[in-house]
Design a protein around this ligand. Sequence first.
Ligand code: F0G
Length: 351
Amino acid sequence: SRAWRGLIEEYRDRLPVSTTTPVVTLLEGGTPLLPARRVSEITGCDVHLKIEGLNPTGSFKDRGMTVAISKAVEEGAKAVICASTGNTSASAAAYAVRAGLRCAVLVPRGKIAMGKLAQALVHGAKLLQVEGSFDDCLEMTRKLAENYPIALVNSVNPHRLQGQKTAAFEIVDALGDAPDVHCIPVGNAGNISAYWMGYKEYADDGLATKRPRMLGFQASGAAPLVSGAPVTHPQTIATAIRIGNPASWRLAEAARDESGGGIQAVTDRQIAAAYRLLAQEEGVFVELASAASVAGLLTAHEQGLLTPGERVVCTVTGNGLKDPDWAISGAPSPVTIPIDAYAAASALGLA
Ligand code: F0G
């Protein structure tokens, strides 16, 4: 085995790069595909977690960003801009530093997790908090990129989805074939579209014998792809997927229909329960939005949508450390004790 070279080098012949494209990388990709013992037990399926929170900035966004920023540099951009519920801004800010580009990000004020805000700021991005939703931010960002010399790195930039499709390649490379079912959170709907592109590409080229059913999950208060109409005031504790009018709407519907899958809603309560299950029974700390894939799998199991023994992959999209406020708010308060081993023993119930 040899050192991982970042996903552009690993999958160069499947990405829109040439020998002259400057590769901007933080050695993203190559994330673990972890067997999930407890979730497998509950569902009777062979469940694996694709742990995307172990990318360099703590989410899957790095896969798209390495390609989008490399192409922006190749095309002569001096500055990049994105709208974000947090993770895209963190990733754009880091890759912009790497590339020597200026970076501007628009986020919905008060609706992004603290860790993500910290990341954008520490990497020196210009951060604008908009008094509106993510959808408002995206619309503004599109206009700015149209009218000013600044490159858009949201997933409406097709290079982003090209990078993100590599997660599907890694899964097939690790399992030896595609899974039967792939569960994934859906917000702006780029990632489900990217995975489907990746699975199709590998199957078309004979590197997989099948393609999975794509099961996408939105939060019930922000589920336009389930209701079929945009949501004006999306609401959910999973701020990363608090999106009412997804940019990749049509692509996500195509992924759903071509794969024989579905896009369903999970409640905030189900998301929070899956978040705790992952933390307390799998040892995997994800952010709330990421737990939507597992919440959805458990729902699909209860609805009888799974055949026992099927192989399932759930993408867990972001790291739990992104949102320490939520993690702490649900946990028991720590106990304070003096410098005294007996006090420790008695607090631990040992004495
Ligand atoms: N999970 C996390 C942790 C996310 O940050 C996002 C999207 C998604 C899931 C949904 O992926 O949008 O491709 O359907 N976050 C974007 C952002 C919107 O700005 O960071 P999607």
